[in-house]
Design a protein around this ligand. Structure first.
Ligand code: PHE
Ligand code: NA
Length: 453
C-alpha cells in the first residue's frame, strides 16, 4: 500500500487547501441549485432551515471529515478504516467511506449535465444566440437546447472529458489556483446583477421572498431538501472534502478553514438568490420553474444591461470554471482510492472512472429528451440521481460521520487532531454528539412521515 510507505502529497500551505475546498464547495449548487429549489419550496422558510443546517450540521460535519482525512491520510474508505482501527473499532465503519465515494460519483454523473448547460449558454452568449429572446421564448430556448440528445450529449461529454483530463494529469493544483481570481470575479458579476436587480422593479419582492416566511409554511419535503442541500453545497459526505483533507498539513486550523469555507459558500448562494429573483419577479416568471430557472432568467438581465453580452460571457465563463473546480473534487476520492489500493496510475484511474461516468451521465442527459418518459414514481433518471444523493445518501453519511466522531472514536483522537482550546472543543463535541445527529434524525423522521401516523 503506497500511502503508508511514502508520505502523502500535501497542499502548499494553508491556502492550497482553502482554495481547493472553496473551489469544491462553490459551484452549480450555489448558483443553479440553491435558487431553483428555494423557488420550488417557497422561499424564506426554506432559506432559514437551510442556513440552520449549514451551521448546525454542515460545519461540524466538515470539521469531522477534514479531521478523518488528515488523521487517516487516505481516500474516505482507507482514512476512516485507519482512524477507527486506531480507536480499536471495527473496519466495518469504512462503509461510510464507500457510500461517500459512490455518492460523489453519482453526483458527478448528473452534475456534468448541468455544467453542460452552463457551457452551452456560454457558447450561446458568445455567438449571439440569446440576443433579443423574449421572456416567453426563454423557456423555449432552454427546451430546444435539451431536446436534441446530440447537442446536450456533446456538452455533457465535453465536461466529462475536461474533468477527467484535469484529474488524470493531476494538475488540479493549477486549476485550484484559478479559484483565487475566479471566485472574486464571480462575486463581482453577482454584485453587478444585484445592482441591476435593484433597478428592475423586482428587488423588493425578491428580498421579501428570500427573507420572510410564515411559520409552518415549509413542507417536510422542503426541510429534507434544505438539509440535503446543506450537504451538497458544502461538498460533504461525498468524499470530496475528506479526500482534500487528507492532503492537509498538520499545522492548519481545521475549525477556522471550515468556517471560512462555509461562510464563503453561503455568501455566494445568498448573492445568487438576490441576483436571480428580482429578474424572476420583474418579468412575472414563476419562481418554481425548476432546474432551468437561472438559464431562463439571467440572460434576460444581461440583455437589458449595458455591456450585457460581455458580462454575460464573463458570467458563464466563471460559472463553468466554478463547476469544474467542483467536478474535479467529486472523483478525487475514487481516483485516489484506485491509485492507493489497486495500483492504478492517476491517468488510468481517471480514464476508467471517466468511461463509467460517461455511460451514467449519458443516461442522465437523456432524461431531458428521448428518456423523458423513463420515469419511476414520477421522477426521471436525472431526478433520481439528485434525489437519492442529496436527500438520503449525504444526510445518512453525515449522520454516520458525526456518530463516529462523537461516540465511537476515543475522545483523544479528534481532540488532538482538531487542536482546539477546551471551550471550542466542547462546543464541537456537543454539536457532533447531539445537535447535528438530532437535527438529521428529526428531519428524516418527518420526511418519512413518522409524526403523522
Ligand atoms: N458543492 C458543490 C456545489 O455546490 C457540489 C459538490 C457536491 C461538489 C459534492 C463536490 C461534492 O456545486
Ligand atoms: Na456549494
Amino acid at each position: 500500500m503506497a500511502s503508508s510507505e511514502q508520505p502523502r502529497i500535501q497542499w502548499l500551505g494553508r491556502w492550497g487547501f482553502v482554495l481547493a475546498a472553496t473551489g469544491s464547495a462553490v459551484g452549480l449548487g450555489n448558483i443553479w441549485k440553491f435558487p431553483y429549489i428555494t423557488g420550488e419550496y417557497g422561499g424564506g422558510a426554506f432559506v432559514l432551515v437551510y442556513l440552520a443546517c449549514i451551521f448546525a450540521v454542515g460545519v461540524p460535519v466538515m470539521m469531522s471529515e477534514i479531521a478523518f482525512g488528515r488523521r487517516g491520510r487516505g481516500s474516505p474508505i482507507d482514512a476512516i478504516r485507519r482512524v477507527v482501527n486506531e480507536s480499536g473499532r471495527s473496519s466495518a465503519w469504512s462503509l461510510i467511506g464507500w457510500m461517500a465515494m459512490l455518492c460523489g460519483f453519482l453526483i458527478l454523473s448528473f452534475y456534468v449535465v448541468v455544467a453542460g448547460w452552463s457551457f452551452s449558454y456560454l457558447w450561446k452568449m458568445l455567438t449571439g444566440g440569446l440576443a433579443g429572446t423574449s421572456v416567453d421564448d426563454m423557456a423555449a430556448v432552454f427546451g430546444a437546447n435539451n431536446a436534441d440528445p446530440l447537442n446536450l450529449g456533446f456538452w455533457s461529454t465535453l465536461v466529462t472529458l475536461v474533468t477527467m483530463v484535469i484529474v488524470g494529469k493531476g494538475v488540479q493544483e493549477g486549476i485550484e489556483k484559478s479559484v483565487g481570481w475566479m471566485m472574486p470575479g464571480l462575486v463581482i458579476m453577482l454584485v453587478l446583477l444585484i445592482v441591476y436587480g435593484m433597478f428592475s422593479g423586482g428587488f423588493g419582492d425578491a428580498v421579501r421572498f428570500l427573507f420572510t416566511f410564515d411559520a409552518g409554511s415549509l413542507s417536510s419535503e422542503g426541510m429534507l431538501a434544505a438539509l440535503g442541500h446543506a450537504f451538497f453545497t458544502l461538498s460533504l459526505a461525498s468524499g470530496a472534502i475528506l479526500t482534500y483533507g487528507s492532503y492537509l498539513p498538520k499545522g492548519a486550523s481545521i475549525a477556522r478553514t471550515s468556517i471560512s469555507v462555509a461562510v464563503a459558500d453561503t455568501a455566494v448562494a445568498l448573492m445568487a438568490g438576490l441576483a436571480i429573483f428580482p429578474v424572476i419577479f420583474a418579468n412575472g416568471m414563476n419562481p418554481g420553474e425548476g432546474p432551468g430557472l437561472i438559464f431562463m432568467s439571467l440572460p434576460l438581465a444581461f440583455q437589458a444591461m449595458p455591456l450585457g453580452t460581455l458580462f454575460g460571457v464573463l458570467f458563464f465563463v466563471m460559472l463553468s470554471m466554478a463547476a469544474l473546480t467542483s467536478s474535479i473534487s467529486m472523483v478525487e476520492a475514487t481516483v485516489s482510492w484506485l491509485c492507493d489500493n489497486k495500483g492504478f496510475s492517476r491517468r488510468s484511474a481517471a480514464w476508467s472512472t471517466g468511461i463509467v461516468l460517461w455511460l451514467i451521465s449519458t443516461a442522465a442527459m437523456l432524461s431531458f429528451n428521448v428518456g423523458a418518459d423513463w420515469t419511476l414514481a414520477g421522477k426521471t433518471f436525472f431526478d433520481w440521481l439528485d434525489y437519492i444523493t442529496s436527500r438520503w445518501m449525504m444526510p445518512l453519511g453525515g449522520l454516520g460521520t458525526v456518530v463516529l466522531a462523537g461516540f465511537i472514536l476515543k475522545n483523544a483522537t479528534f481532540r488532538d487532531e482538531l487542536g482546539l482550546a477546551p471551550l471550542p472543543y466542547a462546543l464541537w463535541l456537543a454539536m457532533v454528539r447531539y445537535v447535528s445527529p438530532l437535527g438529521i434524525l428529526v428531519i428524516f423522521a418527518d420526511a418519512l412521515g413518522l409524526y403523522s401516523v
